[in-house]
Design a protein around this ligand. Structure first.
Ligand SMILES: [Zn+2]
Length: 99
């Protein structure tokens, strides 16, 4: 089950919830339940009631995505050398070295 991050717009309280995708918006429908202390009020503690928003997850930055139009994706030399080195050290390795 994926984990989603939420943040209260009012008090900044952040929390995460493990929910099925179909229920990921549910925590945003409920006002923030954080207890806020305000010495000037009576009672001094009150519910935040702020609007809870889901934080947008940043997708992972994958190596395979580094390519731009007009530039062919290639394996850097240092990586080829490293692969060759590993292959040499591995008995009967059948690993393919990208050229
Ligand atoms: Zn809040």
């Amino acid at each position: 089950m994926p984990t989603y991050d939420y943040k209260c717009e009012k008090c900044g309280h952040e929390f995460e919830d493990m929910l099925p995708i179909s229920r990921r918006n549910e925590p945003t429908k409920v006002p923030c339940t954080m207890r806020i202390l305000d010495a000037n009020q009576d009672p001094q503690y009150f519910d935040c009631d702020g609007e809870v928003k889901m934080k947008v997850a940043v997708p992972g930055f994958a190596y395979d995505n580094i390519s731009s139009p007009g530039h062919k994706k290639s394996t850097p030399n240092w990586m080829k050398d490293k692969l060759k080195e590993i292959k040499r050290q591995t008995y009967k390795s059948t690993m393919n070295i990208p050229e």
